[in-house]
Design a protein around this ligand. Structure first.
Ligand SMILES: C[S@@+](CC[C@H](N)C(=O)[O-])C[C@H]1O[C@@H](n2cnc3c(N)ncnc32)[C@H](O)[C@@H]1O
Length: 227
């Protein structure tokens, strides 16, 4: 009798009642839903992340991607800059150093290549050695917006227009009759400061035509618009 009573008490406590079952099902369902929702949110965040190279670019502070200037355009830029052995040439965003190295090889000028990306700086330094112009060309790891350009006679650059526009105060430190030579892009919008000359370069074997612009200093910067 006693044992029967005990059995019935045990069974009552361990046997799930209908409302308990329902609560268990609902809370189980909730846990699954929350899990699925969290996974979806995490996946969306991961998808929205930049690729690893973009992460590198943000980390380095790159303002223009590394796209090289073709040899024929390099030659034209160096020619248009009318570089002499007495000139100091600054290559802003030098990449692998091809502009400033070519200028030094062709004209025996001194040059400074500036790039913010340590990978490009290492490449450019290796190319300086490869071409034996260590006595003429120095490569600096630096942000172009912090460079003192007062020593520069010639600027060579392949940078985006918003960057070249932001560089104007630095260009204005250059001595009169210095030259600024740009591949494709203007100083700001191409109509903002009209180049003193523009030259076309057609790349053999392609249907690409590129532009090389030259400005002589001092630049004729339009006064700020008052509205
Ligand atoms: C379009 S590539 C030009 C490379 C080379 N001058 C040429 O014409 O082949 C632009 C270069 O600017 C560099 N760059 C981007 N933002 C920079 C910054 N704020 N300061 C210095 N270099 C920068 C990049 O690392 C890249 O090498």
């Amino acid at each position: 009798m006693d044992s029967q009573a005990t059995d019935s008490v045990d069974n009552a406590e361990t046997r799930p009642r209908p409302h308990r079952m329902l609560a268990l099902i609902i809370s189980g369902g909730l846990v699954v839903c929350i899990g699925l929702l969290a996974t979806a949110i995490i996946n969306r965040r991961v998808d929205a992340l930049p690729t690893s190279s973009r992460v590198d670019e943000f980390r380095i502070g790159l303002n223009a991607p590394f796209i090289t200037t073709a040899d024929a355009i390099v030659d034209k830029m160096v020619e248009v800059g009318e570089i002499t052995a007495d000139d100091v040439v600054f290559d802003l965003g030098c990449g692998d150093g091809r502009l400033v190295i070519t200028a030094a090889l062709k004209h025996g000028c001194h040059g400074v290549g500036i790039d913010i990306d340590p990978v490009r700086v290492a490449e450019a330094r290796a190319n300086v050695k490869l071409h034996g112009v260590e006595d003429l060309v120095e490569i600096r790891e630096q942000d172009v917006f912090t460079v003192d350009l007062s020593e520069a006679d010639v600027i060579l650059m392949y940078l985006l227009p918003w960057m070249t526009k932001r560089l104007i105060p630095q260009f204005q430190e250059m001595a009169p009759q210095s030259r600024i030579v740009s591949h494709d892009f203007g100083i700001g919008d191409i109509l903002y400061i009209k180049p003193d000359s523009t030259h076309q370069v057609s790349l053999e074997g392609t249907n690409e035509t590129h532009l090389v612009h030259r400005w002589d200093t001092p630049l004729h910067v339009p006064p700020p618009r008052t509205e």
